[in-house]
Design a protein around this ligand. Sequence first.
Ligand SMILES: [Zn+2]
Length: 452
Amino acid sequence: MREHPGACAQCEQQRPLIGFTDAGNGICGPCAGVDLTYACRRCDTSHKIFREQLCTRCFATKQLAEALGGDGTPVPAQRQDFHSALSAAGHPRRVAYWLTGDGVPALLSQLGSSDEEFTHQQLDDLPNTPTTRYIRDVLIAASVLPPRDDRLEALPRWADALLTQALLPQRKFLTPFTHWYLLHRIRRAHRHRPLRASTQHQMRSRLRRALELLNWLDEHGIPLGELTQPELEMWLEEGPEKRREVRAFVTWARGRGLAGELVVPRVPVAAPSVFSTDKDQAEQLHRCLDDDALPLDVRTAGALTLLFGLQYTRLLELTVHDIIDDDTVVALNLNGHRLPLPPEVAQLARALRDQRQKRWHLDRTASTTPWLFPGQEPARALGATYLYLKLRRHGIAPLASRNSARLALATDLPASVLADFTGTSISNSTRWTGYAKRDWLDYIASRVQDRP
Ligand SMILES: [Zn+2]
């Protein structure tokens, strides 16, 4: 018998069709006189039957027990946590699919038969798919695996793959530069806070530029130790501006006597040129505060960017606990500073917090952090690029608004506080303080009063 989806010709219910009327129309099991139950034979739920007349969760639980314990034997005690975490996962379908993935059955039977600890490395050896990442998140949330910074962990593997492809003389310089300088510094700086995408990107760029320079020297038969300043400048000018990222490598090589007294000029920072006009900005702010048709996260992120010039990376680090609400005042916790929110913005922030808190309760089997702006994978916050594009899709021009807001903020706040608030560096904030001419409190007040 083949099952056909669709409405039964006799009872008109949406059920698997297993037979035909005399006229050739599909009919369901009960109408065809066949006793078929549609409930899971373990838990009796009548929906989401996955396979073997089991619902997705019961199927995943059974598969797991079989794989870990062998046929019919119970799950070994040292694997109980592993088994319970995955059986309770918020998205059992993902677990069910993962169980059939490349290398997973072998891993599970190995786990079942040994007393060894389960490790991140064992998951690293499997294909890196969203499903494997989800399983890792579930196991971290259940404390089966210790938390770890995925970006940080991925960097050495990425670097080693690049170094393997480099020629031997280049590798001789780049291996110590990568491991003893770049990675060492990054690890030290990120012992207690997660690595940002921009830092990850910068490290990769520094290594790539170093490799480019060494390849160029190789082509021109110039040993690194004999590279002259004019030659270095020629190489810099021939290529795109990002070549200046080679600065880290040149400084490192000079410090170790591998290169002469070379200097890579810093990239000049242009004064910000994109500002939205006051009228533009007021319009955008009104939309964030009043337009119910906009998604709540767009309204909140938009309002915070428009008013305070918060950088996305800072915004995306916020969790529901960073909305401090003592019933009279709602404030944002930014690195220990309390930023009080104007009433309308406070309402948005509060609503978003409540919404996220609810969602987190559903997803908490895979996430230890209740992000204010969670991404597709609940353990991670939304990416900065996604947020940028999402705001832009709804007509909020983020960069322009952020510049205007930061300009407004910079008038009154010391650079160090501005840096904390907005997530930029202090030197960057000092520049902004220099550009600024207005009082930010007046500015916010006028924005809110301006509303039609
Ligand atoms: Zn079931």
